[in-house]
Design a protein around this ligand. Sequence first.
Ligand code: GLA
Length: 456
Amino acid sequence: MADVPPVEKIPEAKKERFDKLRSTFISKYGTEPDYFARAPGRVNLIGEHIDYCGYAVLPMAIEQDVIFATSSNADGKITFSNLNPVYKDFECDVSDITIPKDNPQWYFYALCGVKGMMEHMKKTTALGFNCVVEGTVPPSAGLSSSSALVCCAALTMMQANGWSLSKQELADMCAHCEHYIGTEGGGMDQAISFMAKHGTAKLIEFNPLRSTDVKLPFDTVFVISNSCVQANKAASSNFNIRVVECRIATQILAKSNSLEWKGIKKFAELQSLLLTTLDEMIDKVNKTFHKEPYTKTEICSILEVTPEELASTSLSENTLNVESFKLYQRASHVYNEAKRVVEFKQTCDLNASGTVEKLGELMTASHDSCRDLYECSHPDLDNLVQICLKSGALGSRLTGAGWGGCAVSMVRATDVLNFLAKVRDEYYLKSEERSTKILESLFATEPGAGAAIYKV
Ligand code: GLA
């Protein structure tokens, strides 16, 4: 039997929240909702910016989520209304969905999920739905608020039409359709949103997509702290530049190893074609690339292509004008980060003495690499990570795409209260603006459950 998202009863502890959504739905649409769909955000413990290179990552779902209170309609209309008035209502037809790439409004993420579902099911018409949306994942914070919206909308569309897809199909489909917004992410966020299980982190592997439970040390707690620097990855080309740098580095490595490079797009694909280990790939990176940035002219000459050919084999719409590419740094980050994920998982599995210290070291090394080699951190986030380490974290790192957003720290359970107090004093109370946001910015978290449908 296919592993489909579960249909559950509303948990007693969440009743109040669902009731509020339900009454808002009734006052907006004049009828009861038929069901609720829920998709969680996530925190990535290790494995940053490597999913789109084909490498495994290690996230867990968080409690914060997106919920749609929904009823289907036969006229093919999609109507979104958000509990938070900052987010404007939107309405369109299922058969006429346009998603601009230069204007990342909240509902366009939801429309990605609907459009993706229509295409996956090869439909030009379908039942629509009216919904009231509530999101508790902090936006632009690296906790996957956007993918939670995409996933929740896809799940809603599936339920509205009585279609049945497995969690894995949904995750693959959502990873693909989120690209309509213009960001070339990997599949981590959508995979964990559907495949998460309460109480366990997951190793997510790609090609084919699969997940394995990872038991985290019982005597530690993961704490999320938001730097309060917002980073909307669809609003700038930073993210896609990294994707493109990785693609070009892959292609240069492929060419220098006498492979037909044009069809090879991911570091992991290259590694399996070369039948090598990660250490051997790191060695190849060291021997192939110089540390100075590459110009487009130099890349074209190495790959023996014109700038127009390079644009079609390797670049994306919003990276056509990039002129400088740090290939050594990006490749080095990816292969070493892929190794750290393997070590993290092995260390958790072994659970020998020194486990928590080793996991902490790996997390901090991951942050250093994101900061120095991948250059996807932010000075405030670096400062926050340092404060977390000084406040007793065993390891601390940025999580998610970066350029702002959250840090995740591993802390001994016995130290957690002390840790929270120190980070509050040293990071949040040092700024008037941040001090108003402590509650929603600094919190302990534990592995949450994946997406589900809830009966009214
Ligand atoms: C975003 C993307 C993910 C992943 C992370 C960085 O969240 O959506 O696919 O690439 O950034 O690890």
